[in-house]
Write a protein that binds this ligand. Sequence first.
Ligand code: SAM
Ligand code: SF4
Length: 329
Amino acid sequence: MLTDNHGRKINYLRLAVTDRCNLRCFYCMPEEGLNWLSRSELMSYEEMLRICSVLVKMGVDKIRITGGEPFVRKDIMSFLSELSRINGLDELTITTNGVLTAPHVSELKRIGVRSVNLSLDTLDAGRFFAITARDEFAAVMNTLDELLKYDIDVKINAVVMDGKNIEDIVPLVQMTRDLPVSVRFIEEMPFNGDGHIYSGLKWDYTRILEEIKTHFPGLRKTEDAPFSTSYNYHIPDHRGGVGIIAAYSRTFCGTCNRIRITPVGELKTCLYDGGGINVKELMRGGLASEDLQNNIINALHHRAKDGWEAERGRSVKDGVHESMATIGG
Ligand code: SAM
Ligand code: SF4
């Protein structure tokens, strides 16, 4: 079993396969996009398969593919198919914006993807455009339909943004009445690639909860799964559930079981840290798998206690500002 210096079990990898994206979510990316990484800077699929195999041998049993938008990377389905065949990997999941995903849903089901996180901050096409700067609401809703049709477990991620989508909280909760989806409201974080000044958190998890309770007085707390990052709730007679993720308040660090690998191969032991070892460079330097494992163990033995400590460990000029797309959300 893989553990860190605070005794936390590590069994979950979030792998960002690209920094590129076909949306420009206000809270994630500047409108003109980022300075895209060149192909040689990105990890190749072969490198990703190798590092995933190494990590699975070390105790990782769940991998989430994220980005950027995973489905903009060429040949992503062949990669996912190969990844799904790694012995010892129990769960392969994906986080997607849903713009290009619908045609791949049947294949996702076939290779064993049981759960997908779909990012959807609003149920209004106009507000969708205002948030993402792209007219793709219908495509995302089509992906939602396909996922449900193929009986894939859907979690909807909605970032709560003051002045942008507060009016969507109630309709998104309402959606769980008829659809078997879990809608998770996420506190906005400062990782926006400097697309706008982060004006501080106005909607924290307690305020989001109050807003939901006001409109749904029957809301009841349910048990949170071990290592869950969300506080989970249910409303009587609703088919789906509701969650709130205190991503900025960082209330879940004590049980954090996850590590991240960015599109350039940086291994991050905390979302808020400034980056650690670079597994792509180590592999390109010809490191044997055993030495790679030792480097990973060493990085985990220097892991921050929580996101606050990790953030304090950054230099001032390197404050929290990068895009979630270059970290892997
Ligand atoms: N493009 C895919 C998507 O949007 O689902 C995957 C990558 S995206 C970076 C992963 C998740 O990070 C999304 O659910 C998105 O809403 C979330 N995210 C991005 N920037 C964020 C921010 N500044 N604060 C909170 N969540 C953010
Ligand atoms: Fe793209 Fe996802 Fe970031 Fe939106 S949140 S800009 S969809 S990477």
